[in-house]
Structures are given as structure tokens and as C-alpha cells.
Design a protein around this ligand. Structure first.
Ligand code: HSE
Length: 425
């Protein structure tokens, strides 16, 4: 078999870019029958100290050294963020270069345009590194002969690291976020990790490649982990659950439910047992067939490996196509979701309080599965947390009930709601 060489330009040499260069250098530019030659690496900051020594003439500060170089056939974009990454990706495709990107933010914001540009210019567009919890399933997602009905995933390594750390190390969110940053898991702007946006971007990319169109971030419900406390993780554990940041998409005929939020999962389920930076994805198709994949959700080498897998696809001459456009689906609002709920109220510890809360829930057709009243979290005062697990209820009823409950004089803080997801394997 004739050996093929790809000539590569890399935009960005942060954690992931360094991982790609290190991988290719370790392999002496050869993986299988293919050669990968790094022609240029373009970085923004010439003064930044780098961990890696590039051959003379490879490092550049001018994007034109990649864009206008006819020898470069394949571009890897690992800058992250919207600008200039989005423009560089589009221009590379316009110039007929294959593009591999780890950038879920630009794919979520402009996936339709970017894929269209790749198709028009007959280029490969590699998106595996945009969601490394799912990357080995990307082709089966695109080529699935049967309709995908449900996707449930843990898509953010930083959040899973934080939630697991709360349980195992008894540390709080801000402390664990700093650790995740040190490990190279978090985004340049870590707010995107903990506010759920990064997970939403990854869900949108998966929906884009399975459905053929990318819903906007604004059209799906997104809630991060910032309201989850160490106490909630402990209470959930006592009740037999673990808290995970989930991305869920479920299709029913012409409607689509897409949401990102923390959720309690029964602790014997596979997704509940993914710890630290480990992420996972489970998919159910229309015939009920379930498949899953587990992988580290962040980090230098796991992300670099996903990029290398796309490089091999380019070398093999594969074309990544979007599925045929489906008829548009109506996105359900969060109020239409029906699930179980974990509710936490902070109330004055006196006779009749529980009954008043239960009464309001009952008036909104919400049935309670279990209740626990905990001791005071703070030694002063007379306020106690009350935890309730509901049976399946419609979210709009829950929201209305919580609005009424929080106005009761005996309630001292806004109630907390965490959805409970039992339909995972
Ligand atoms: N910040 C992301 C995460 C990196 O923690 O999952 C991988 O996309």
C-alpha cells in the first residue's frame, strides 16, 4: 500500500495542541501506514514559555503561514473560543483544507455553516475532539440505520471531577475547580464548565450530527452545578443516588426534549459510577437497542487521541457527511418535562411546617415518595433542611408549587430542585 503523507498546520499550542505535537513527535510522524508532517504551528503569544521544542521554522505567529500555504492540506484548530477560531476554521475550509477541531463552542454556534462549508469544498471536518466522551461513536451516530431516540451523557470532565471530589474528598466546588484547572481539564473560561454551557455545546454538536440541524443554545434548557452543595451530594448519597451533570436529548415523533442540568441518578447505574474526569454517553435507538461509551472527558492526551483518530480518517480519505435533513423537530419546554424531583427546603423547625409544604405540593398534583428532615446545618438559629423526593410529576406543576411554597413565612431560602433520572442503564 502506498504510504500517504498529510501536511499539517496547527492553530494553537495550549494543552491540547501540545498533546497533539507530542503524540506525533513520539511516533516520529508515522501512525500505521500514514505520515503526518507538522509544517506550521501558529500561536498568539511569542513570549509564552513552551514545554516542547519545535524544529526551526515551524513556529509562527501569523495565521497566513497556514492559510496561504498550499502545501498544508489539513488544519487542526485547538485555540478554543469563538474568535478568531471560527473565522480560521471557515477560511481553512474555503481554501480546501481539511479541518479537525476540538472547538465545541463554534460548532454549537455555527455548526450548520461549518459543515456546509466542508461539504461545498469537499473537505473532511473532524469533530471527534469536541466531545471525547463520544468520539469513538461519532461514525455510528452519523450512519445509524435506525433513528436515535435518546442520548444521555456526562460530557464535562471538570464538573464530574468536582462532583466526585465533593463526595470522595469532602471539598467544596471552588477548591475542586482550582484542582481541575491545574490538571488542564477546565476551559480557558471555567464558567463555561460549571454553568453547563460546555455540556450544552457538546449536546448540540451530537444533535447536529445525528439530526442534521443544530438547535441553538438558547432553545435548550441549561443549568450548571453552581447551586449544588457538599450537603446535597451527601443527602443524595443517603437516598441511594449520585449527582451528575447530565445532557439529555429525547425524541418523540416530532418533538425533541433537550436539556442540561444536574440530576440524581440511582447509584447502581453505570453513569452514576463514572468518577473524576471520566465521562460517558449512552444511546438508545428506536428499537430499544442501547450502546454506550466511556472515556476521560478532558485532558491533554485523551483529547489529542481524538484528534489523531480524525487525522487517520483524513489520511484514509474518509468524508464526514451530515445525515439527510430531517423535518424540524419542536423543542419541548422544560415545563413539559416529566420526571421525579429532589426538593430541598430550608424551613423553621416547628409543628405543621411539613404539612403545609405537603399540602401545596398535593394541590399541584405532586405526590411525595419520601421525606427526610435533617438536623440544623448551621448551629445557630432554628432553620432545618427538609428533603423531599417526589413521584413522577410534570415540571410546570413543580415550578408553580415551589413559587407558592417559597412565599410561606416559615420558608427561609429559595427551595432547591434537582431532577431525578432513573431511566439510565
Ligand atoms: N473543559 C472541558 C471539560 C474540556 O472539562 O470537559 C473537554 O471538552
Amino acid at each position: 500500500m502506498k504510504e500517504k503523507t498529510l501536511h499539517i498546520g496547527i492553530f494553537g499550542m495550549g494543552t491540547v495542541g501540545t498533546g497533539v505535537v507530542e503524540f506525533l513527535m513520539r511516533k516520529k510522524g508515522k501512525v500505521g501506514n500514514f505520515h503526518f508532517s507538522i509544517e506550521k504551528v501558529v500561536v498568539k503569544n511569542p513570549k509564552k514559555k513552551r514545554d516542547i521544542f519545535l524544529p526551526a521554522g515551524v513556529l509562527s505567529f501569523n495565521p497566513r503561514d497556514i492559510l496561504n500555504n498550499p502545501k498544508i492540506d489539513t488544519v487542526i484548530e485547538v485555540i478554543g473560543g469563538y474568535h478568531p477560531a471560527g473565522e480560521l476554521v471557515l477560511e481553512s475550509l474555503e481554501k480546501g483544507k481539511n479541518v479537525i477541531t476540538a472547538n465545541k463552542a463554534i460548532l454549537a454556534a455555527s455548526g450548520d455553516k461549518i459543515f456546509q462549508k466542508a461539504l461545498e469544498n469537499n473537505c473532511y471536518l473532524g469533530v471527534r475532539a469536541s466531545n471525547i466522551a463520544a468520539y469513538r461513536l461519532i461514525e455510528s451516530l452519523i450512519n445509524s440505520p435506525s433513528q436515535i431516540e435518546k442520548i444521555t451523557g456526562i460530557f464535562n470532565g471538570t464538573c464530574n471531577y468536582i462532583l466526585t471530589g465533593m463526595e470522595k474528598k469532602n471539598k467544596d466546588l471552588s477548591h475542586l475547580l482550582k484542582e481541575a484547572q491545574t490538571m488542564g481539564y477546565a476551559e480557558a473560561n471555567p464558567a463555561e464548565d460549571i454553568n453547563g454551557q460546555d455540556t450544552a455545546h457538546k449536546l448540540i454538536v451530537l444533535l447536529g450530527i445525528t439530526l442534521g440541524h443544530f438547535p441553538s443554545t438558547q432553545s435548550i434548557y441549561v443549568e450548571g452545578i453552581t447551586n449544588i452543595t457538599l450537603q446535597d451530594v451527601i443527602y443524595a448519597k443517603e437516598l441511594g443516588y449520585r449527582i451528575k451533570l447530565l445532557a439529555i436529548a429525547q425524541r418523540e415523533e416530532n418533538s425533541l426534549e433537550a436539556r442540561v442540568h444536574p440530576a440524581l441518578i440511582p447509584d447502581d447505574r453505570w453513569l452514576a459510577r463514572l468518577e473524576g474526569v471520566e465521562n460517558g454517553l449512552e444511546i438508545r435507538d428506536e428499537a430499544g437497542l442501547e450502546i454506550g461509551m466511556q472515556a476521560p472527558g478532558a485532558g491533554k492526551y485523551p483529547t489529542a487521541t481524538a484528534i489523531i483518530e480524525d487525522l487517520i480518517c483524513v489520511a484514509q480519505g474518509k468524508k464526514l457527511l451530515l445525515p439527510a435533513q430531517n423535518s424540524p423537530l419542536n423543542l419541548k419546554s422544560i415545563g413539559e418535562v416529566e420526571t421525579k424531583y429532589y426538593l430541598k427546603f430550608y424551613a423553621i423547625d416547628k409543628a405543621g411546617v411539613l404539612a403545609r409544604i405537603a399540602n401545596i405540593l398535593g394541590e399541584h398534583d405532586i405526590s411525595i415518595e419520601s421525606v427526610i428532615q435533617k438536623g440544623k446545618e448551621d448551629k445557630k438559629g432554628n432553620i432545618v433542611p427538609i428533603i423531599m423526593l417526589t413521584h413522577y410529576s410534570q415540571e410546570k406543576n413543580i415550578q408553580k408549587a415551589l413559587e407558592e411554597i417559597k412565599k410561606l413565612p416559615v420558608i427561609k431560602k429559595d427551595p432547591l430542585l434537582i431532577r431525578v433520572e432513573e431511566g439510565v442503564f
